[in-house]
Design a protein around this ligand. Structure first.
Ligand SMILES: [Ca+2]
Ligand SMILES: [Ca+2]
Ligand SMILES: [Ca+2]
Length: 316
């Protein structure tokens, strides 16, 4: 502070010798950078409060904290959804995409998933035109949680998942990023009609796209049986049509009845097309009976011989 005052007095003395002129303070808010003004090198900052403003009559220098690069952490997440998972290929089917049903905007905010710093992500039709192993299957919803409190959600966002399980950003190929400081975080991955999953331990995240593979058992997850095991491949449990964090086949609030309602309650053999939570296997068609119906996977997941069983999402 003493140095600043001394400098300010000095520049005031310079200013008094110069012709009076009007200076306008400028805020540089789009990026940080360094540049030279006469004999001075000036570094600008992004998103930090200023601590002092100095002037020599010709230039204003706003002093603040420096930030080397925009603070973002990147994650190279892999996760698979049981509904569209094909154990023969080891990939998810992309029936929603091939039927033109994947929305261009993230669906989670409208479904009531609370957003913290994220939401309203959008994708271009060109990204959804990609075919093959990297074709987009659907949107997922991600959370970063406080390393000291696994119930405290610090950041959220929508992201895309490819057929091979890569969770990617809006260009359809890049690792996802969050506007968050390098630190340890719990990661939770959710899907609109699957049970979400969370890392048991916080993961050290930084700007170098840390790998978190939730498909091969390399990352221990919170709770018991948080994911289905399909021949050694971990997949998110499908069948939470109601989105309440449980999979139920019978009883109040079960996930089966909405499927019957979707096809027309008195016409169980009918089908209904669309981007619908009742489409458990995510092929673009809601079916209650017959081959490839959306009801049987729910029964299988609660236990075929225990239809009254309830499977509960493993989140703290
Ligand atoms: Ca991929
Ligand atoms: Ca449910
Ligand atoms: Ca279906």
């Amino acid at each position: 502070m003493i140095r600043s005052n001394t400098f300010l007095l000095a520049v005031c003395a310079i200013a008094s010798l110069a012709n009076a002129q009007t200076l306008e303070r400028q805020v540089i808010a789009t990026a940080g950078s360094s540049f030279t003004v006469g004999s001075l090198t000036v570094s600008t900052t992004l998103g930090e409060p200023f601590t002092a403003t100095l002037s020599n009559g010709n230039h204003i220098l706003t002093q603040g904290f420096q930030q080397g690069e925009p603070v973002r952490v990147k994650l190279n997440i892999r996760a698979l959804l049981q509904g569209p998972f094909n154990s023969g290929t080891g990939l998810m089917d992309d029936g929603l995409r091939t039927n033109g049903l994947v929305p261009l905007g993230e669906p989670y905010s409208a479904l009531g998933f609370v957003q913290v710093g994220g939401g309203n992500e959008t994708v271009t039709p060109a990204v959804l035109a990609t075919t093959g192993n990297d074709a987009i299957v659907d949107w997922v919803y991600l959370q970063l949680r406080d390393k000291d409190d696994n119930t405290l959600v610090l950041a959220t966002r929508g992201a895309l998942v490819q057929r091979d399980g890569d969770v990617v950003d809006m260009d359809g190929i890049s690792p996802v990023s969050f506007a968050a400081s390098a630190d340890n975080y719990y990661l939770s991955v959710f899907h609109r009609n699957h049970l979400g999953v969370m890392t048991l331990a916080p993961v050290a995240l930084n700007s170098s796209a840390v790998a978190i593979d939730l498909t091969n058992g390399s990352v221990t997850t919170y709770g018991m049986d948080a994911q289905a095991d399909v021949g050694g491949t971990r997949v998110l449990w499908c069948g939470d049509v109601s989105g309440d964090g449980t999979i139920k086949y019978t009883g109040a609030g079960n996930d089966r009845d909405p499927i019957l309602v979707a096809v027309g309650g008195s016409t169980p053999n009918n089908t209904s097309a669309g981007y619908l939570s009742t489409d458990v296997n995510m092929d673009g068609l809601v079916k209650y009976t017959g081959s490839g119906n959306d009801r049987d996977p729910i029964l299988v997941n609660v236990g075929s011989t225990t239809p009254n069983g309830i499977r509960t999402e493993q989140q703290p």
